[in-house]
Design a protein around this ligand. Structure first.
Ligand code: GCB
Length: 597
């Protein structure tokens, strides 16, 4: 759709509905395509960048590249797509200059690229790994659509719109609003910008749009199931499927664009101890894809979580994407350090809070042998009665599932965190749980719930819709009285496994005093000691992921110890300095490991 440039200056400055026509949210899970390991043309690198706090760009068509009227006369203009500041993509604008640190609003990114057809009839897709929060895409002046959601990828087809020289513009807006997911209030930093990879993919006219392969549910562990969706003119045919290490070469019939197949196989099962991955190749109508996949079975029986039939204790820790240099534009070194630090702590599990982290995290977890909890930012207050907000939340969930559905490491989809137990919230989040289950029946569904503080009991009506109950409790911190924790244990008799998805306390690295003094390392370590004791005494608790591996930046923590940083990290903001509590948790995890858990 081409938006015609407005020639009427007065109309432009008076129109307060200027952005409505852009909010189509047409770039969503439905047009996400399978891109893993496909050759890509990177559009990372230097882009021009112009902040636009008044949304002048949308009001007066900054996508318009010519500055002449219909008669060819130059007209005044306020923006040059090739004249902004040169910035790297991916990056968070907050980290580029001190003046941008707290900036919330719109900003325009632009770059040129050349295109030459490589194969007759090829189709071309642009994929943006993540842009926070609303991204509007323009190619050669034309508006192609927008995407909502700050942490999931989206695609837009460029076929038929490309010239030899192209101008790509993306208007990114990270304003916190009442209808978004998350809403206005969070305990993390609201980074903005295009902060994951931007790539062009070329595929044949008919191509593999979605592909998943997994151990078929059921106890035998001897059946693999593959499902495929193709897009393009040839919707009936056969997909060739190969898993050379298992001696599998099969054809999978595709009809009306879809196909599935279950076949006998006896893979070695994937586990954190033996993260065995198999090469998988699939080919349809000349379009070939290749991936590496682990096969494993995750299920719940009573209050047990079973991996490949064996009872599991999740030795976990929560992590954010946050860095004093990168913001949330996590790079390979940052990710590898995170896994190395979690390994040193004794973890087999990470809770990727509170939004989808980079897809590279789950790829590495597959290789390195970590179990993952992945989450969408249905966090604290959300406009649970707004159907548009629900659509946005569900779309983020489906984008996440589609992106990581082939990762053995991912065992849990979380539909939210610490939401007040109201009826609209129950309806909203139970729908999300059902949507996740429908899209992916092979994983567990959970949410990080609050405890019922009146009854001092693990009780949340959402639990009926979950496989595993996540519980965030801060006895020893927000609830200073530890005797209530023992009461909580006595009052609760959950029929499903419980993971303590958060617990912890702030402790400023290097601040030492008596354990009774808040914000000291001693107090934090004492909270961990008492929490560990509670977990040991509660047989329905099948894992913990304390809050949090590293200190992180957040503007709502402003006291003298915090100074803009949540100090609940087991490791300080420098990602090096271990606090005393680190060793308390490490000792507990060593004990668990020694018990074979
Ligand atoms: C929570 C939230 C987490 C916060 C943490 C805290 O319960 O889920 O996002 O950062 O507590 O430090 O208060």
């Amino acid at each position: 759709m081409t938006i015609l440039p407005s020639e009427n200056h007065q109309e432009t400055i008076h129109n307060e509905n200027y952005d409505q026509k852009y909010n189509l949210q047409n770039l969503n899970h439905q047009n996400l395509i399978f891109t893993e390991n496909r050759p890509a043309q990177s559009l990372n690198g230097t882009w021009t960048f112009t902040i636009d706090p008044y949304d002048t760009g949308l009001r007066s068509d900054w996508n318009r590249l010519s500055h002449c009227d219909a008669a060819g006369r130059p007209v005044p203009w306020d923006y040059d797509y090739d004249g902004g500041e040169a910035v790297p993509v991916p990056s968070c604008w907050n980290m580029l200059r001190p003046e941008y640190y707290y900036y919330e609003g719109s900003a325009w990114y632009a770059r040129e690229f050349t295109y030459r057809e490589q194969a007759a009839g090829e189709r071309v897709f642009l994929r943006i790994g993540a842009a926070s929060y609303d991204a509007k895409v323009f190619l050669n002046e034309a508006f192609l659509g927008n995407h909502y959601g700050g942490s999931t990828p989206f695609c837009v087809e460029l076929t038929g719109r490309l010239q030899e020289r192209n101008v790509l513009q993306v208007c990114v807006n990270n304003t916190r609003t009442a209808d978004r997911v998350p809403m206005r209030n969070t305990d993390w930093f609201n980074y903005g910008g295009i902060y994951r990879d931007v790539e062009l993919y070329r595929v044949p006219a008919t191509f593999i749009k979605n592909f998943k392969i997994f151990l078929a549910p059921g106890a035998s562990d001897r059946r693999i199931r593959a499902e495929v969706e193709v897009d393009g003119p040839v919707r009936d045919g056969a997909l060739r499927l190969e898993l050379p290490e298992l001696g599998i070469e099969q054809t999978l019939p595709v009809s009306a664009g879809k196909g599935s197949l279950e076949l006998e196989a006896a893979p070695e099962l994937w586990s954190p101890e033996q993260p065995r991955l198999y090469a998988v190749r699939a080919e349809y109508q000349g379009d070939a894809i290749a991936l590496r996949v682990g096969f494993r079975r995750i299920e719940v029986r009573g209050t047990e979580i079973l991996l490949n039939g064996k009872a599991l204790f999740l030795r976990g820790v929560c992590v954010h994407e946050d860095d004093t240099v990168l913001g949330k534009a996590t790079d390979e070194a940052d990710l590898r350090r995170r896994f190395a630090d979690a390994k040193e702590l004794g973890c087999n599990f990470l809770r990727l809070a509170h939004y989808p982290h980079t897809e590279r995290a789950a790829q590495l977890a597959d290789e390195l042998g970590f179990l993952l909890w992945e989450e969408i930012p249905v966090y604290w207050a959300i406009d649970f009665e707004n159907p548009a907000t629900y659509r946005d939340a569900e779309n983020q969930l489906l984008e996440l599932v589609r992106r990581d559905q082939n990762r053995a490491s991912v065992i849990i989809w979380s539909v939210g965190n610490e939401n007040a137990a109201t009826a609209p919230r129950l309806s909203f989040m139970s729908r999300l749980a059902e949507a996740a289950r429908k899209e992916d029946p092979t994983r567990l569904i959970s949410a990080a719930c609050l405890v019922n503080e009146k009854k001092i009991r693990i009780e949340d009506p959402l639990a009926d819709y979950l496989d595993v109950i996540g519980v965030n409790e801060y006895y020893g911190w927000y609830k200073l009285d530890f005797t209530e924790l023992a009461q909580l244990g006595r009052n609760s008799a959950p029929v499903k496994p419980v993971i303590i998805t958060e617990t912890g306390a702030d402790g400023l690295a290097g601040y030492h005093d008596d354990a009774a003094v808040l914000f000291t390392e001693e107090h934090m370590a004492e909270v961990y000691r008492k929490q560990v004791k509670f977990v040991k005494e509660s047989d329905y608790i099948k894992g913990i992921s304390p809050w949090i591996l590293y200190d992180f930046q957040t503007p709502r923590r402003m006291n003298r110890y915090q100074q803009g940083v949540n100090r609940k990290g087991l490791i300080a903001l420098d990602k090096k300095t271990r606090k005393a509590a680190f060793y308390v948790l490490q000792a507990f995890y060593r004990e668990k490991q020694a018990e074979g858990k």
